[in-house]
Design a protein around this ligand. Structure first.
Ligand code: NAD
Ligand code: NA
Length: 398
C-alpha cells in the first residue's frame, strides 16, 4: 500500500516500514560513528524497547557494546491495508540489522505489566542467555492492569491543587494559544498515575528476575525520569506525572536492597526533554521543546534519544570514572538541557513567543520533523509515493 501520514492531534495513525527502518539505521550509524563502549553490558533486557529512549537504549548497547538484547514492548502488527505501529516496524528493522551484525536479538510483544509477559521473558532469558547484566526499564503508558489485583488504572496528566495556565502550541499549525488545565479533583487521580508510571512494576520485574536466577552478579538496572524547567513544573514535576516520577525514584533504594547480594545496583537517569510519542501528549511541553531545540542547536549541544542514551552508557553507567550523581542520587543526562545559559535563553524566548514569531524564535520545524520521523515519515531517502509492503514481520515473533 501507499502509506502517508494521517494525524489526529498529537497522534499519527499510520507509520511507514521503510521510514522506520531508516530511522533505526540512522541511530545505528550514530553509535557506530562513536565507537565501542569500553566494558559495556553484554546481555541486556530492555522493557519498553520499541520506541523513544528504550529503542535508543537497545541500539546503543547492541551496536555500542556488542550486547545480546531482549526487547519487550506492546505494539501492533499490520493487517492487510493497515500499517503496523511504528514500534513494530522499528523492532523489525532493529532485528534485521542486529542479525546482519551477528548480534543476538529477540523480542516479546505483550503487556509488560502482566505476570505472563514477565514469565515469558524469564523463560527466554533462561533458554538463550542464561542471565542478563543490564535491565533497562523504559515503559511509558497511559494505563496499567495490576497483575495481582486485576485493577485497571488510567493515568492523568494534570496539575495538583491549582489550575495551570500557560502557552501551548498546536505544532501542526504553529498557533500559540493559552491553555488552562484544571487540577485533579480526586486523590485517586494521583494514586492511579503513580500506579501506572511509578516504581512498582519496575520492582516487580526485578523481584521476578532475581527469584528466577536470571540476573548476573553485578547486574545494573536503570529507569528514566524527567525534571525540566520551572515553567512546566505545574504540569510535569509537581503534577500527577511528577508524583509518579517521585515514586519511581524512591524505588531505587528498594531495588538496591534486593540486588545487594548480587552486587547489583539500580539507578534513575534523568533524561532530556525530547519528542517522543509520550511527550507530545503533554500540553505546554511541545512549545518548551521547540524553544529548547532552538537554543541547544545554536549552542551545538542538541541531542536526540540516541545521543542521550549513548552518553548515558558510555560516559556514565559504564565509564571508568565515578558515575556522578546529583544530591538525590540520580544520574543527570539532562545536564545540558538544564544549563543556566540554556534555561535563561529559553525563559526569555518563552515570554516573547507567539503565533507570529514562532518560526523565527523557536525550532518548531525541528519539532515537527522529529514528530513525523517517529512514525517513519520525512526521511529524504524514502519515496512515500510508491507502494510498500506493510506486512513486515519482526523476525523473532511468531
Ligand atoms: P515512548 O512512548 O517512546 O516508549 C514507550 C515504550 O513502552 C514503547 O516501547 C512501548 O511499546 C512500551 N510500552 C508501553 N506500554 C507497554 C506495555 N503495557 N507493555 C509493554 N510495553 C509497553 O516513551 P519515551 O518518551 O521513550 O519514555 C520512556 C521513559 O523515558 C518514560 O519513563 C518517560 O517518562 C521517560 N522520559 C521521557 C522523556 C521525554 O522527553 N520523552 C524525558 C525524560 C524521561
Ligand atoms: Na566505559
Amino acid at each position: 500500500m501507499i502509506i502517508q501520514p494521517r494525524t489526529r492531534g498529537f497522534i499519527c495513525l499510520t507509520s511507514h516500514p521503510e521510514g522506520c527502518a531508516a530511522h533505526v539505521k540512522q541511530q545505528i550509524a550514530y553509535v557506530q560513528s562513536k565507537g565501542k563502549i569500553a566494558n559495556g553490558p553484554k546481555k541486556v533486557l530492555v522493557i519498553g524497547a520499541s520506541t523513544g529512549f528504550g529503542l535508543a537504549s537497545r541500539i546503543a548497547t547492541a551496536f555500542g557494546s556488542d550486547a545480546a538484547t531482549i526487547g519487550v514492548f506492546f505494539e501492533k502488527s499490520a493487517t492487510e491495508g493497515r500499517p503496523a505501529t511504528a514500534g513494530w516496524y522499528n523492532s523489525a528493522a532493529f532485528e534485521q540489522e542486529a542479525a546482519k551484525a551477528g548480534l543476538y536479538a529477540k523480542s516479546i510483544n505483550g503487556d509488560a505489566y502482566s505476570d505472563e509477559i514477565k514469565k515469558q521473558t524469564i523463560e527466554l532469558i533462561k533458554q538463550d542467555l542464561g542471565q542478563v547484566d543490564l535491565v533497562v526499564y523504559s515503559l511509558a503508558s497511559p494505563r496499567r492492569t495490576h497483575p495481582k489485583t486485576g485493577v485497571a488504572y488510567a493515568s492523568v496528566l494534570k496539575p495538583i491543587n491549582e489550575p495551570f495556565s500557560n502557552k501551548t502550541v498546536d505544532f501542526h499549525t504553529g498557533v500559540v494559544s493559552n491553555i488552562t488545565i484544571d487540577p485533579v479533583t480526586e486523590q485517586s487521580d494521583i494514586d492511579n498515575t503513580i500506579a501506572v508510571m511509578g516504581g512498582e512494576d519496575w520492582k516487580f520485574w526485578m523481584e521476578d528476575l532475581k527469584a528466577a536466577g536470571v540476573l548476573a552478579d553485578g547486574v545494573k538496572t536503570v529507569a528514566y525520569s524527567y525534571i525540566g524547567p520551572e515553567l512546566t513544573y505545574p504540569i510535569y514535576r509537581n503534577g500527577t506525572i511528577g508524583m509518579a516520577k517521585n515514586d519511581l525514584e524512591a524505588t531505587v533504594p528498594t531495588i538496591n536492597n534486593l540486588l545487594a547480594d548480587l552486587h547489583g545496583v539500580s539507578y534513575v537517569s534523568v533524561n532530556k526533554a525530547l519528542v517522543t510519542q509520550s511527550s507530545s501528549a503533554i500540553p505546554v511541553v511541545p512549545l518548551y521543546i521547540s524553544l529548547l531545540y532552538k537554543v541547544m542547536k545554536e549552542k551545538n549541544i542538541h541531542e536526540g534519544c540516541i545521543e542521550q542514551m549513548y552518553r548515558l552508557f558510555d560516559d556514565r553507567l559504564y565509564a571508568a570514572k565515578p558515575i556522578g550523581l546529583d544530591t538525590e542520587g540520580r544520574i543527570r543526562v539532562d545536564d545540558w538541557e538544564m544549563r543556566e545559559d540554556v534555561q535563561a535563553e529559553v525563559a526569555k524566548l518563552w515570554e516573547q513567543i507567539n503565533s507570529e514569531n514562532i518560526n523565527e524564535i523557536s525550532d518548531l520545524e525541528g519539532y515537527r520533523k522529529d514528530f513525523f520521523n517517529l512514525f517513519g515519515f520525512e526521511f529524504d531517502n524514502v519515496d512515500y509515493n510508491v507502494e510498500t509492503n506493510e506486512l513486515v514481520d519482526v523476525p523473532s515473533i511468531k
